[in-house]
Design a protein. Structure first.
Length: 110
């Protein structure tokens, strides 16, 4: 993609018959740098969500609360699959109030 972004403008200039190759190459490099900045800005939210998910999964793993929740769901449901599904949905809803979607999915699935 970097190659395409940098060479798109000079190639269009070539096929149109213009002679502004240096200027268009410079514009292509500017487009590439703007894309890098935009990508870095968009990555901040994903990085924060992933870090939060990692912290929550680490805490759940180290404290053993995941096993306690599993035992609780099994005990309360009495072996009924529909009740297990309902209690899992409730736990997912409660955890989803304070976690991003990805972190919630990882915690509930573990």
């Amino acid at each position: 993609m970097v190659f395409i972004v940098v060479t798109q403008r000079p190639l269009l200039t070539f096929f149109r018959g213009d002679n502004n190759f240096a200027e268009e190459l410079k514009n292509g490099l500017v487009d590439m740098l703007e894309a890098f900045v935009s990508g870095a800005r968009n990555m901040i939210g994903i990085g924060v969500a992933t870090a939060a998910a990692g912290i929550v999964v680490g805490v759940v793993t180290l404290t053993g609360i995941g096993l306690v929740m599993t035992d609780f769901v099994e005990f309360i449901s009495g072996g009924s699959i529909m009740l297990m599904l309902l209690f899992t949905a409730i736990i997912s809803l409660i955890l989803g109030m304070g976690l991003p979607t990805t972190a919630n999915y990882i915690v509930v699935s573990t």
